[in-house]
Design a protein around this ligand. Structure first.
Ligand code: ATP
Ligand code: MG
Ligand code: MG
Ligand code: MG
Length: 469
């Protein structure tokens, strides 16, 4: 079996040997974009190179970029534990051409690596193209010899990428792997496409147009390439698994969690172990990159993820704080590729322990309140917003944690009621704050983030500048 660590190395070596600079992953907190909450795609550290603000000595680069998608509009947090393919933290393998090679070579590289270097069977692969991109359609036929019914034209924004309202944009091509007998969803483009049978493994972006105020105004003189492939998804494929959570890295983390809780990852407990393993990675990597839990901004996203994992640890019956005891397993798996993890290990463990001790003080009372408040509710009902707010305010339950807790029972949460209760409390707090003479920068930032609703670059699906805020 090829390990995840070997797959990462093999990807970087392939592109390194084809003239790409092998670049270290940038931190999860983007240094070049204060409006972006976390680095969430491999191209983020290269944004200024694509727009021409910065130049690099070599016009090609490759990286395995740490990414977090756990906030903003395209938020994968709610998928974790429930789909085979989503994580809050994942690594995006990418190759980039800054005005150097374009479509033909990008498709050739992707196809060569997948089918020749890694030996994937051609008949398990499909490609999507943007509906008007005849050039890409023909290239897939010519280079890969894919039959026409395995090159799917998609007309949605999913297959058109833009950096914002102004700047480079262009069509995408997504490569899917057909996991065959796991018939949970339909082929891409079909109504039930968001299933798990056909899993998107690699996204190629062809930056070829220039946009001004959301309108295409011309072609780029030197088109560029940006690609992203989820390491965990390709690891699943190469390890003969359908599910990211059955790959070597996740198996090791889930085994550690099973052993410390003495609960097997089966039945209802399976999702809890998955959530714990996933959130262990995102929280540890965020801590290693200097994010600390707090009640606003990035720190609050971190705290929400932590608490969610901690509730699942509690669900598994953990009597004592669990998360910090899983860190050694993570360092064993990923510490060689990411030395910052090992360096930050004491900080990660202390922070997780302190947070879990603190949260456990109110956790069982919160759960009691939640149980009482939902005793009479059933599928299709909604928990009143004020109760969700009380859970948040008194018991430290982030909104999404309450949602997650009720999801299995089909009970929703009244978001409007929650927001109204929150707004009321904020107004009261603000009235009390007036006159202290201090500029509450982070509070302002938090407010803006809430108002705009998105503090995340939305991967390859963003088509408006707003989505990037
Ligand atoms: P999906 O449609 O499956 O949510 P996406 O189109 O949102 O994926 P992209 O923004 O194109 O994903 O990111 C490039 C690649 O990164 C994807 O092809 C996939 O392999 C991987 N990826 C994206 N989101 C996640 C995630 N939450 N967890 C793991 N891998 C991911
Ligand atoms: Mg997505
Ligand atoms: Mg997609
Ligand atoms: Mg995609």
């Amino acid at each position: 079996m090829t390990s995840t660590n070997e797959i990462r190395r093999s990807f970087l070596e392939y592109f390194g040997s084809h003239g790409h600079d092998v670049v270290q992953s940038a931190p999860l907190v983007p240094y070049n974009d204060p409006t972006l909450m976390f680095t969430n795609a491999g191209m983020v550290p290269f944004k200024n190179v694509f727009t021409g603000l910065e130049t690099r000595a070599t016009p090609r680069a490759t990286s395995s970029q740490k990414c977090v998608r756990a906030g903003g509009k395209h938020n994968d947090l709610d998928n974790v534990g429930y789909t085979a393919r989503h994580h809050t933290f994942f690594e995006m393998l990418g190759n980039f051409s800054f005005g150097d090679y374009f479509k033909e070579q990008a498709i050739t590289h992707a196809w060569t690596l997948l089918t020749r270097e890694w030996g994937l069977p051609k008949d398990k692969l499909l490609a999507t193209v943007y509906h008007t991109d005849d050039e890409a359609f023909e290239l897939w036929k010519k280079i890969a010899g894919l039959p026409e019914d395995r090159i799917i034209r998609i007309a949605t924004k999913d297959n058109f990428w833009a950096m914002g309202d102004d700047g480079p944009c262009g069509p995408c091509s997504e490569i899917f792997f057909d996991h065959g007998d796991h018939i949970w969803g339909g082929p891409p483009g079909s109504p039930e496409e968001d299933g798990d049978r056909f899993i998107e493994i690699w996204n190629l972006v062809f930056m070829q147009f220039e946009q001004t105020a959301g309108e295409i105004t011309g072609s780029l003189p030197k088109p560029s390439i940006d690609t992203g492939m989820g390491l965990e998804r390709i690891a699943a494929v190469l390890q003969g698994e359908h599910d990211n959570y059955d790959t070597d890295t996740f198996k090791a983390l889930i085994a550690a969690s099973e052993s410390l809780t003495s609960v097997k990852a089966e039945g209802e407990q399976r999702a809890s172990h998955r959530v714990i393993a996933d959130h262990l990675r995102s929280t540890s990597f965020l801590l290693a990159d200097g994010v600390l839990p707090s009640n606003e901004g990035r720190g609050y996203v971190l705290r929400r993820i932590m608490r969610r994992a901690m509730r699942h640890a509690h669900l598994l019956g953990a009597k004592d704080p669990l998360m910090h005891r899983l860190v050694p397993a993570l360092v064993a798996e990923m510490g060689a590729a990411y030395p910052e993890l090992g360096r930050a290990q004491p900080l990660i463990e202390e922070t997780l322990l302190r947070e879990e001790v603190q949260f456990r003080r109110t956790l069982s009372n919160g759960i009691k309140l939640l149980d009482e408040a939902t005793a009479a509710l059933g599928e299709g009902d909604a928990l009143p917003g004020e109760t969700a707010f009380k859970l948040y305010d008194t018991y430290g339950f982030p909104y999404d944690l309450t949602e997650d807790a009720l999801r299995a029972r089909g009970i929703a949460v009244d978001r409007e009621g929650f927001d109204a209760a929150m707004a009321q409390q904020k107004a009261a707090a603000r009235a009390a704050w007036k006159g202290s003479g201090q500029a509450a920068d982070s509070e302002v930032w938090f407010d803006i983030a809430e108002r705009v609703g998105a503090t995340e670059f939305t991967g390859y699906t963003a088509t408006t500048g707003e989505a990037q805020v």
